[in-house]
Design a protein around this ligand. Structure first.
Ligand code: ADP
Length: 408
């Protein structure tokens, strides 16, 4: 309003100034030619024009002022809404239509069975039919009790395999219920809780062992038993360390903000094979390699190394004493295969091996002692593959061996 008034007044003054300047510059010419007398005669017309201009200006100001007045009541109403309960009868058809576009359900009740306002999504969730009493909130004892107690609350319900959150708010006489689909949120929470439960479970076994053997040492043992106990403590500590490393690796893949870059997979693969050479020697395993040079993939060096390491470790771990491994990395097509002559995987289990903390138990005489893992290796492999859009295929025959094929 202030701005428009200033603009209008300025225009008015400019017009007046222009008029008087024009009069002034032509005054001498008017005197000489005798026009002045005539102009004096026309003075009432000039004055009338000035009055008309002024009236015009004030008319514009008036229009602007009334327009701003139209907005004011809305602002006032907004304040009132905060202070007073919402009057449902004042909600226009247009506003009701807008509510129908909401992805969450809105139900305003007068009593548990009387609907004052409901949007499309709300009606769908609670199964409401126009002009009929609503039994949904009556039939649920917890809902009914919340409404009776008139205390804000949030309750979850499963409807058609989806989890909905019902948020109750009380506004004067009105009972406002906001219904939101929280299925995905709950699923994510469940995954997190399951992950934590798995970690706790996996950690408790080595920890119990460490604490138990440390206690025995404290109580006093002969030299040989003390040495055995210390060995077990050392072994379990290493296992615990590898579990923590696995968990960190697994969770860091997603958290990693650093961008991918070109990684020389040929070099990474050779590095991984070299690192595992003593492990292979321990089990007397022979390895055949065909590795094309300069096979470049879009990834991170640590991720690519973790990826091939986990596949190769398994090829050794689940191999038989004196078994074979064949590794091939080709440039065209860009493909890696790691094949072992190990114990193989039953067809039913092939899908599950990529699940977190999924492990199959074996007769340790087949694969050697200390070979049990935590079921994180292939979960890491899967995560890295998903992140980089690599495709993994597994072919396996029980007691014959397993082949992992990766297309980049
Ligand atoms: P782990 O730490 O138990 O090795 P992984 O996630 O690496 O966990 O593997 C999950 C399961 O998949 C293993 O327990 C094993 O039963 C099976 N598995 C993985 N690789 C092989 C393989 N090359 N041969 C046979 N079984 C395998």
């Amino acid at each position: 309003m202030k701005k428009s008034l200033i603009i209008s007044l300025s225009i008015g003054f400019i017009l007046l100034a222009a008029l008087f300047l024009a009069l002034n510059s032509y005054l001498s010419w008017w005197v000489d030619t005798g026009f002045l007398d005539m102009l004096i005669e026309l003075l009432p017309i000039y004055l009338a024009s000035i009055v008309i201009i002024l009236v015009g200006i004030f008319f514009v100001i008036f229009l602007m002022y009334t327009k701003s007045r139209q907005i004011k009541p809305l602002v006032k109403e907004k304040i009132d809404i905060k202070e007073q309960p919402i009057d449902i009868s004042k909600i226009t058809m247009q506003e009701k239509t807008v509510l129908d576009y909401f992805t969450c359900g809105l139900v305003v009740l007068k009593t548990p069975a009387t609907v004052l306002l409901i949007n499309k999504e709300g009606a769908k969730i609670v199964g409401y039919r126009q002009d009929k009493d609503l039994f949904y909130f009556m039939a649920d004892t917890e809902f009914y009790n919340i409404i009776e107690a008139r205390e804000d609350a949030e309750v979850h319900r499963i409807i058609d395999n989806k989890t909905f959150s019902f948020m109750f708010n009380f506004d004067g006489e009105n009972i406002i219920v906001l219904i939101e689909d929280v299925t995905r949120l709950r699923a994510a929470e469940n995954i997190k809780n399951e992950f934590i439960a798995n970690i706790t479970h996996e950690m408790s076994t080595p920890l119990t062992s460490i604490v138990g053997y440390a206690d025995l040492i404290k109580q006093g043992m002969n030299e040989e038993n003390t040495k055995n106990a210390a060995d077990t403590i050392a072994q379990q500590s290493i296992r615990l360390g590898s579990l923590i490393k696995g968990i960190l690796n697994y969770s860091q893949i997603d958290a990693d903000e650093i961008k991918n870059h070109k990684v020389d997979l040929s070099k990474t693969l050779k590095e991984s094979i070299f690192n595992l050479s003593s492990y292979m020697q321990e089990k007397n395993i022979k390895i055949d390699t065909i590795i094309d040079e300069d096979v470049m993939v879009n990834s991170r060096h640590e991720h690519a190394l973790d990826f091939v390491n986990n596949l190769l470790i398994n090829a050794v771990k689940y191999n038989i004493e004196g078994g074979n491994i064949a590794v091939s990395l080709t440039k065209e097509p860009k493909m890696l295969t790691i094949e072992d002559s190990g114990i193989g995987i039953a067809p039913d289990n092939i899908e599950k091996i990529f699940n977190r903390f999924y492990t199959l138990s074996y007769d340790k005489t087949d694969i050697g002692q200390n070979s049990s893992g935590y079921g994180l290796g292939l979960a890491i492999v899967k995560k890295i593959a998903l992140k980089n859009n690599w495709k993994i295929k597994v072919e396996s025959t029980l007691n014959k061996g397993t082949k992992f094929i990766v297309n980049f």
